[in-house]
Design a protein around this ligand. Structure first.
Ligand code: SF4
Length: 956
């Protein structure tokens, strides 16, 4: 197979065998120069001084006396000038984001030698277009006409006027900005290019080499074209060697040939440069592989390598893995078969995928969300701290202290954390002493990275990647620090957190660590841009998805689309054409190509094959094979969990049952709803997970409410409560608030000795505090309407022994629970239950409906209230009327609030149904304790959502 670069080497050697040092070769990137030199060496019989190898950027910049400035410094200067011309009130912060956009537009204007004064002209009269822009093509004029024509009709008019008022000021801003930079010896990229080629018009440039070979370039901006024109004119010093194929060159609809068609016209190659340009007419084995996961694409590598089975794989230009998605690098390295020794990663690894960058982002979260306590100590939300402490970079340093601290956070449900507490090691102390000022942020990161580097630098050679990544990030933050300090000090500018963190992600997140390797050996692993000019016989392309190759992202621009078109500035079409060329050029000489794409729809990924894949499939004429690479996922439904009954579980239940530990109505309801959950909770006694609670959930809310009302009413216990007593409580706001605070301290912050003073409310807890207060006040109002009543009991524990037939033997089983309140109005004792959650029903028709198993909507609150009546009655030997009632907080504000439970729509006294209820309760308890009863999953999966055992059941 003849490769483009080897053909170039042959041609150049033929022409300049004895004078290689007198020529300069311009490649799209450094790597193509390295490959070229290796091909050139095969022509040489003795050591010689080689040609100069460079890139177009290096070559042009070499002719300028201007230094490229850092973006922050440039935007900061631009801000001052923009402010001067527009008198904007905008802060630097607000300006920064669109200042970057403006800078990028100025860059394009200069790269493409656009007349900025014309571009930023307000074309109010369309007829002026002809005369104003006579140098533009008819298509370009049409594009401008489209924009300004539609602009005139813009409604509301204010939008039009606002746009035009800024638009007209942009030329003076552009001109002043450049003037200032020039005086400072500073520039942005496009300005350097423009200065170089504009000076060519004034002064004949000196090109020191005998010949300049422009090799394998594709899209050229206007400055580059002028540069090459000048080079060409000067004693014909420029020689252009383009790489292309007639397949896309001759098809004007194929965007891959767009720039090459122009280049061949403007800069034709030498006639004697013979290059085979019809590779697409040769047979190729092409396969498109759909993969159902992103990282799974790497598994195509072993499959492909086994199939091609070539012993030439280890030759550096034989086989390449090309990653359209760079995040696939590590899965790729893991997928290369064992025994395959020489793999040369010739792409940069983006540090944003590295674990240490992830760690820094967690610290960024801390900085962004930091508050100061009243005493000035840094405080942060617990999740930001636990994320850092649990991160793999830190969790193994002082692991015991770390674990103890995390356990303490959980045990005390500490929502906010004082960072000064975390001082387990000097490194912890450093990490959790965040700086206050933006100007110190970089040094904070640098110190932390320095410590990590010291800890890791002596690790095994095979683990050297992490210290290397740390070092690269360190260098980029040092650079960021220099730029930020410069702007803060020399320009006396304030930089906000938002701007700093944006710069942080630009400086650090976009860094790639170059893998040092021997590029001229083994299978190559590379990104799309590294493939320029290179040819391989076997190609594995991973990530051939629509949003990856071509990339669909274009830089934002203030210049509207049609104006860009009108002035020949590049846009999304040009970007697509560039990526199309990279694709077709890479494929043109390959013999075996396997391209994978992920079918996973995730984030911005649509799971679609790239348009280039479709073009190969339908337009190339090749017999493209379409396959899928599937991974065996089990779609079998989870096996139902069923625990047979046994004597053993009866023994456990009986042994655990006592007057102190009676069977509660909650346990009975659990049994009725899901016997398996009962088994986990009451037979196996599996603890429920003890999670940190960010919010006050329903059970905690209920406990706080119960505790507060009990404490408020306690002084009235055993007394007759009058309206005045309740009014007094209601008016005592301090008392109510203190009681709520203490209850929050006990149940939410899990304090052992809660006091109102050490409960700090913040964020959502304030809302809950107010909520509880509102409910309490309403409940007191309702009680005032019922008063006078006698307060008989508060939160009292009651139990009774039921004679139950368990496995044919009558045994006593204790049932019991805590009754929220018992009061007496006239002759009726109300057995009251406060309910903070939803109450399904306040009435029932038949007693047996309360004991039905697996009901979708069981009447569990009613069953509970009736069990309370029974245990109260048996425990106290009460002979009067008992009335079950539920104070449902959700109904407290209803107009006709009535807490009594109804039986067949009527009020009733418990003794009317006591016998029937007791009998059925005995049957239920007998069933629960029977060794024949099985434990099975609820048929209502909805219930599993909040069940703590749903992982065991594989439900949810
Ligand atoms: S997950 Fe569902 S089936 Fe399993 S124990 Fe919980 S409620 Fe029962």
């Amino acid at each position: 197979m003849e490769r483009f670069l080897s053909r170039c080497a042959e041609y150049i050697f033929e022409k300049h065998a004895g004078e290689l040092h007198e020529i300069c070769l311009i490649f799209p990137n450094r790597r193509s120069g390295v490959f070229f030199n290796s091909y050139l060496q095969t022509q040489l019989s003795e050591p010689v001084i080689g040609p100069q190898v460079t890139t177009i950027n290096q070559l042009i910049s070499g002719y300028s006396n201007l230094q490229q400035g850092e973006k922050l410094r440039l935007v900061s200067i631009l801000y001052d000038i923009f402010k001067k011309h527009t008198q904007t009130e905008e802060s630097f912060d607000d300006f920064y984001f669109w200042g970057e956009v403006l800078l990028s537009d100025f860059n394009d204007i200069d790269h493409y030698l656009v007349n900025a004064r014309d571009l930023f002209t307000n074309v109010a009269n369309l007829k002026e277009l002809e005369t104003l822009f006579d140098y533009l093509t008819p298509e370009q004029k049409k594009a401008l006409e489209r924009f300004w024509g539609s602009m005139a009709g813009t409604s509301p008019k204010a939008h039009h006027e606002k746009f035009v008022s800024i638009w007209e000021k942009l030329y003076p801003v552009y001109a002043d900005f450049k003037k200032y930079l020039q005086e400072q010896g500073m520039a942005y990229g496009g300005m350097v290019y423009r200065q170089v080629v504009e000076r060519f018009g004034e002064q004949e440039p000196k090109f020191e080499f005998k010949k300049y070979y422009i090799i394998g370039l594709n899209a050229l901006n206007r400055c580059e074209k002028v540069f090459f024109e000048t080079l060409k004119k000067q004693q014909d010093k420029a020689v252009f060697l383009w790489d292309y194929d007639t397949f896309y060159l001759n098809d004007v609809k194929n965007e891959a040939g767009r720039f090459i068609r122009d280049n061949l016209r403007q800069f034709p190659p030498p006639e004697d440069f013979n290059l085979n340009i019809s590779h697409f007419s040769k047979k190729k084995n092409i396969r498109l592989v759909a993969v159902s996961s992103n990282y799974g694409q790497a598994q195509e590598i072993p499959r492909f390598l086994e199939e091609i089975g070539s012993d030439l794989i280890n030759k550096f230009d034989n086989t390449a893995v090309v990653l359209a998605d760079e995040s696939l690098l590590f899965p790729v390295l893991g997928a290369i078969p064992e025994g395959f020794e020489t793999v040369n990663v010739t792409m940069g690894y983006p540090v944003k995928n590295a674990v240490v960058y992830g760690f820094l982002l967690l610290l960024v979260n801390i900085l962004k969300n930091l508050r100061r306590s009243e005493e000035g100590h840094p405080v942060v939300y617990h999740r930001f701290v636990t994320d850092v402490l649990n991160h793999q970079m830190l969790r193994n340093i002082e692991p015991e202290k770390n674990a103890r601290f995390l356990a303490d956070l959980k045990a005390n449900n500490r929502i906010s954390v004082y960072l000064k507490e975390i001082n387990f090691s000097p490194l912890h102390k450093l990490i959790f002493s965040p700086p206050e000022r933006v100007g110190d942020y970089s040094r904070y990161f640098l110190k932390i990275l320095g410590r990590f580097y010291d800890l890791l630098k002596d690790t095994e050679p095979e683990n050297q990647l992490l210290p290397e990544l740390i070092y690269s990030i360190y260098q980029s933050i040092e650079k960021l620090d220099a730029v930020v300090s410069d702007v803060l000090q020399t320009q006396n500018r304030k930089i906000s957190d938002a701007v700093y963190f944006r710069l942080f992600s630009q400086y650090v997140g976009q860094v790639s660590v170059a893998f040092e390797g021997e590029p001229l050996s083994g299978m190559q692993v590379m990104g799309v841009l590294e493939t320029r000019c290179l040819d391989f016989e076997n190609l594995i392309i991973l990530g051939l998805n629509e949003n990856k190759w071509p990339r669909t992202f274009t830089a934002p621009s203030f210049i509207p689309y049609n104006i860009r078109k009108g002035f020949g500035l590049p846009g999304i079409d040009e970007q697509d054409a560039m990526y199309a060329y990279y694709f077709y050029r890479l494929v043109q000489r390959a013999r075996n190509v396997s391209a994978t794409y992920s079918t996973l729809k995730e984030g911005i990924s649509t799971g679609e094959l790239s348009r280039f894949g479709y073009q190969l499939r339908y337009d190339s004429g090749f017999n493209v094979k379409n396959t899928t690479l599937d991974f065996p996922f089990s779609n079998e439904p989870a096996t139902p969990v069923l625990v047979p009954g046994s004597l053993e579980k009866t023994t456990v239940l009986l042994e655990n049952n006592s007057a102190k530990n009676p069977l509660s109505p909650t346990a009975m309801n659990t049994w009725l709803q899901c016997s398996l959950r009962f088994y986990f909770r009451y037979v196996l006694q599996l603890p429920e997970p003890d999670e940190m609670k960010d919010e006050i959930d329903s059970p905690v809310f209920g406990s706080i409410f119960h505790e507060t009302i009990e404490n408020l009413y306690k002084p009235l216990l055993g007394k007759t409560v009058n309206r005045e007593d309740l009014e007094k409580i209601k008016k005592d706001k301090v008392l109510i608030e203190n009681e709520i605070r203490k209850a929050i301290g006990k149940y939410y912050f899990r304090q052992r000795e809660p006091g109102e003073k050490n409960v700090k409310l913040e964020g959502k807890t304030i809302l809950f505090f107010e909520n509880i207060k509102t409910f309490l006040q309403r409940l007191i109002d309702i009680d005032m309407e019922q008063a006078p009543f006698q307060l008989v009991s508060l939160e009292g524990n009651y139990q009774t022994a039921l004679d139950v037939n368990v496995n044919g033997k009558t045994v006593p089983v204790y049932i019991g629970g805590k009754i929220d309140r018992v009061d007496k109005i006239n002759d009726t004792l109300r057995i009251l239950d406060y309910k903070t959650g939803n109450v399904e029903s306040f009435s029932f028709k038949e007693v047996e409906e309360l004991f039905e198993k697996d009901r979708e909507k069981p009447k569990k609150e009613i069953l509970q209230a009736l069990v309370y009546c029974l245990i109260y009655k048996e425990n106290t030997k009460e002979t009067g009327h008992l009335q079950p009632a539920i104070y449902s907080l959700r109904r407290l504000f209803e107009d006709n609030f009535s807490p009594e439970i109804k039986w067949d729509k009527n009020m009733f006294s418990f003794d009317e149904m006591e016998a029937e209820f007791k009998e059925q309760l005995q049957d239920l308890v007998a069933e629960i304790f029977s060794s024949d009863s099985r434990f099975y999953q609820t048929p209502h999966e909805k219930l599993c959502g909040y069940c703590p055992y749903n992982k065991i059941c594989q439900r949810y």
